[in-house]
Design a protein around this ligand. Sequence first.
Ligand SMILES: Cc1cc2nc3c(=O)[nH]c(=O)nc-3n(C[C@H](O)[C@H](O)[C@H](O)COP(=O)(O)O)c2cc1C
Length: 337
Amino acid sequence: MVKTNMSKLDILFEKGAEFLGARHAILGGAMTWLSDSDLVSAISNAGCFGVLAGGAMLPKDLEHEINLTSKKTDKPFGVNLITAHPQLSDLVDTVAKTNVKHLVLAGGLPSKEIIEKAKSYGLKLMCFAPILSIGQKLLKMGADALIIEGHEAGGHVGPTALTVLAQEILPSLKDQIVFVAGGIATGSMMANFLKMGAAGCQIGTLFACVKESNAHPNFKKAFFRANARDAVLSIQLDKKFPVIPVRALKNEAYQDFMSLQRQVITEFEAGRLDLKEGQLKIEHFWAGALRRAAIQGDVERGSIMAGQAVGLVKEELSIGEVVSNLTDEAERYLAVQ
Ligand SMILES: Cc1cc2nc3c(=O)[nH]c(=O)nc-3n(C[C@H](O)[C@H](O)[C@H](O)COP(=O)(O)O)c2cc1C
């Protein structure tokens, strides 16, 4: 691209866009059950960078979904894997066999061995950094870029707001590639994080219910009706069974999760379940519950994971319209700065 023709937004996007190989430095954050070949290819075709949610897949399913996505877009896209997956190493091998060049490792610190494996395949590696020192450590271990995700986001979240993480991390990692995530739904917000030094942003909630998303119509309706305050956190009942908080729209599933924890605690205390089995039961709840809402449309007993930005998502637009709204507003905002 000729530098003199670049808009203010293109200049701010430059580092992140080059890293991703996309027109805009905007990642469509992986969303289990939603980030399939249709949504991911649509995001990449709209000039952003789609990321397949591989966290709940087996290697053969992931390979199939990557191949499907490649048939629907000739633009780059990435794959998100969860570090706790029992077949993580095989999944990384699977990604390396395809034309995917970018891997996102989520759900806890990846091991040295996994980072080394991904790097030995030449994959560009993105990892989540909950605090500055862990971000620095991940970069030293070989991560090529970081994502910092705030408490406002949908799905599993950390304890700190993006406004605070950005102030803590961006100034110290000016020369690195850091994407910001959590609560971003307007061009002006995005532009401000870019001006602070972010290389780009990762968006989930704003993209979850676009026309190209295969989310069930009931799931989409619940999204469009919700306000920011409806996107609440799951609660942990006993410190013996730690719960990574999940942000979702408050419904019966919220109560079901409490009942499940109560039942696990009772069974553990009666000696019918050990700690590990109990923990697994608790962790498996959300993936199943999200499928129930997002695919089957049971928006009472299923989980409608959503970030607080859900209050800004009011209608079903195409991904192209959502991206134009974001980038046009960012350009208008930057023009008067
Ligand atoms: C329905 C839903 C499912 C999600 N599933 C995953 C996931 O499987 N893996 C992951 O790393 N992040 C997941 N996320 C987080 C997103 O990738 C993204 O980081 C987050 O949505 C950004 O914040 P925002 O929702 O405020 O835009 C999920 C988010 C939502 C809303």
